[in-house]
Design a protein around this ligand. Structure first.
Ligand SMILES: Cc1cc2nc3c(=O)[nH]c(=O)nc-3n(C[C@H](O)[C@H](O)[C@H](O)COP(=O)(O)OP(=O)(O)OC[C@H]3O[C@@H](n4cnc5c(N)ncnc54)[C@H](O)[C@@H]3O)c2cc1C
Length: 274
C-alpha cells in the first residue's frame, strides 16, 4: 500500500508549524506519530497535499503541573503519559488509558494530541479526556483558545479544530487519590474498544457508543442521586446511538455498556486500581 504523493516539511517550533500550515493551505495536515494518519493515507482514505511534521518540536512535548491542572504537550507519546510518575499520581485514569493503547511500538510513536485530533470514537484517550473533564489548548493563526473536552468532539472523526490550527497541549485536573474505574472490551489485546467505559469522580464516558465519545449522563445523574453501581449502570445505554460492525450489533453494544459501566463503577468504589 503506497500513499499518494505529498510534500513534507519538519517544523522547528509550534509557530513554525502554523506558518507551514498557512503556506501549504487547507489540504495540508499535521503529522505527529503517524500511527493513524499514515495508515489512512496508505488506504487512500486521506490524501493530504503536504505533511507538516511536529514530531521533533520539543516545546510540544512534556508533562508538567500548572496550578490545579496537569498539562501534557500534544506531541507527548502514549508511553510517556503511561509511565509518568506525575500522571500516575495526579490523573491515574489518564495514565492507565494511555497504557491501553495498542502495543508498545504504537505507544512509543503515537501521541496524545494525535489521538485527540484524530477523534476515533473507539479510541482510549478521547474517552479518558471526556471522563476527566479535561480540555485542550489550541493554537491558530488568530491566537490561542481553550476547548473543553465536551466541546472538542463534534462528529465521527471530527473535532472543533479548524484548518490551520494545532492542538498544542492537553489539560486535566490534578486529583491525586480520586476513585476511578476503566473498562475496555476488546477481541484482541491491542485492539480499539468494542465498547469502553471510563469513570472518575461522578463523571462517566463511553467509547464506541456513538459517533463521538459520549457522557453517560443518565448514569451520572443516578450516581448524584445516590444510586449504587448496579442501579446507575443499568442506565448506561440511555440516549446512546452506537453503530454496528463485524464485532458487535447495537443491542450487544448497549448490553456491554451496562455491564462494563457496572464494573467500572465497582472498580472505582473498591478504591485505587493497580
Ligand atoms: C495497530 C494499531 C492499534 C492501535 N490501537 C489503539 C488503541 O487500542 N486505542 C487507541 O486509542 N488508539 C489506538 N491506535 C491509534 C494510536 O493511538 C494513534 O497513535 C493515535 O490515534 C494517533 O496519534 P498519532 O500521534 O500517531 O497521530 P497521527 O497519525 O500523526 O495524526 C492523526 C491525525 O491527527 C492530526 N494531528 C496530529 N497531531 C495533531 C496536533 N497536535 N494538532 C492538530 N492535529 C493533529 C493529524 O493531522 C491527523 O489528522 C492504534 C493504532 C494502530 C496503528
Amino acid at each position: 500500500m503506497i500513499p499518494p504523493a505529498f510534500e513534507y516539511a519538519a517544523a522547528e517550533s509550534a509557530g513554525h508549524a502554523l506558518d507551514l500550515l498557512a503556506d501549504y493551505g487547507e489540504d495540508a495536515k499535521l503529522l505527529a506519530g503517524g500511527h493513524s494518519l499514515l495508515p489512512m493515507m496508505k488506504l487512500r482514505l486521506a490524501a493530504p497535499s503536504a505533511l507538516v511534521d511536529i514530531g521533533r518540536v520539543g516545546e510540544l512535548a512534556g508533562i508538567r503541573s500548572d496550578g490545579d491542572d496537569l498539562v501534557i504537550g500534544a506531541a507527548t507519546c502514549h508511553a510517556d503519559v503511561a509511565g509518568s510518575a506525575l500522571v500516575r499520581s495526579d490523573a491515574p485514569l489518564l495514565a492507565y488509558s494511555a497504557a491501553q493503547v495498542g502495543d508498545p511500538q504504537i505507544r512509543h510513536r503515537g501521541t496524545i494530541g494525535g489521538s485527540l485530533a484524530h477523534a476515533d470514537p473507539a479510541a482510549d484517550l478521547p474517552m479518558a479526556l471526556v471522563a476527566l473533564g479535561g480540555s485542550v489548548e489550541i493554537m491558530g493563526p488568530g491566537g490561542s483558545r481553550v476547548v473543553a473536552a465536551d466541546d472538542l468532539f463534534t462528529g465521527f472523526f471530527e473535532t472543533s479544530l479548524q484548518p490551520g490550527e494545532l492542538l498544542s497541549a492537553v489539560r486535566v485536573p490534578s486529583r491525586p487519590g480520586v476513585p476511578w474505574g476503566y473498562q475496555k472490551f476488546v477481541r484482541r489485546a491491542n485492539d480499539w474498544a468494542i465498547v469502553g467505559v471510563a469513570a472518575v469522580a461522578g463523571r462517566v464516558a463511553l467509547a464506541n457508543m456513538g459517533p463521538t465519545p459520549v457522557r453517560a449522563r443518565a448514569v451520572e445523574q443516578a450516581l448524584a442521586a445516590g444510586a449504587g453501581p448496579a442501579e446507575a449502570a443499568a442506565r448506561a445505554a440511555e440516549g446512546a446511538e452506537p453503530g454496528e460492525d463485524i464485532h458487535a450489533d447495537r443491542p450487544y453494544r448497549r448490553h456491554l455498556a451496562r455491564v462494563l459501566t457496572r464494573r467500572a463503577l465497582e472498580q472505582a468504589q473498591a478504591g485505587p486500581a493497580a
